[in-house]
Design a protein around this ligand. Sequence first.
Ligand SMILES: Nc1ncnc2c1ncn2[C@@H]1O[C@H](COP(=O)(O)OP(=O)(O)O)[C@@H](O)[C@H]1O
Ligand SMILES: [Mg+2]
Length: 251
Amino acid sequence: MILEIAGLTKRFGGITAVDDMHLSVAPGEVHAVVGPNGSGKTTLFNLISGAVPATSGQISFEGRRIEALPPHKRAQLGITRTFQNIKLFADLNVLENVLVGQHAISNTGIGSLVRWWGAKERAQREQAMDLLRAFGLHDIASRQAGELAYGPKRLVEIARAVASSPRLLLLDEPTSGMNARESEEMVVAIRKAADRRMTVLIIEHHLPVVKDLAERVTVLNFGKKISEGTPAAVFEDPAVVEAYLGGTTDE
Ligand SMILES: Nc1ncnc2c1ncn2[C@@H]1O[C@H](COP(=O)(O)OP(=O)(O)O)[C@@H](O)[C@H]1O
Ligand SMILES: [Mg+2]
């Protein structure tokens, strides 16, 4: 297993956002996390990336305990995440955003970085263009990221994350706010990312996307795992049907 979570709990004051979670993810798997709003999905990702500390429990990544490591150490180990809200370099163009991702820079000045590759690294540029082609973004490689429409912006964000060649990619609602065609493009792009042998954990509200993409699904409700298995099995599980008919989802 690339990721093993045992007894993981996160409390915010009186709220138990993640409650005694157990989860195992195999290398190369696309694993979806679904559940009603407020069920603890984003908090689970925050615990894995280190954005919030766990109240208790264990997280092992490639056999190594990481729950006490700061976020940048986990990033160095190959854990990359995207956010519910887009975070792009608005003044850089699409290609440059992906190149920044390749270098997975943190504190380096962006300007000097861009000059550096400009002088030096044609191969990296070619790799980045290949990635843009895979994501259907090559036609807008020179457009400024800040000027793009919402759907392409999200695709650039995912492309940038994939460019850093993470071992584990955490995608928080990548298709939120997208129309059907954009969602389909996103599915194709994520599948290509998974083909690069990265492990993908994806929070996703749209069940057709989950069925298309995920080999396994974990369903949360009130911070607890209520079901896990293949998409077909999970969405027929009476406990899942009941949680969804509870009426708190976006579906
Ligand atoms: N930083 C925080 N401080 C306090 N409460 C939080 C914080 N983050 C999340 N929560 C609470 O934890 C619960 C789970 O939230 P979240 O993980 O965002 O759910 P989901 O992503 O499934 O919609 C919610 O009740 C939410 O209000
Ligand atoms: Mg969320």
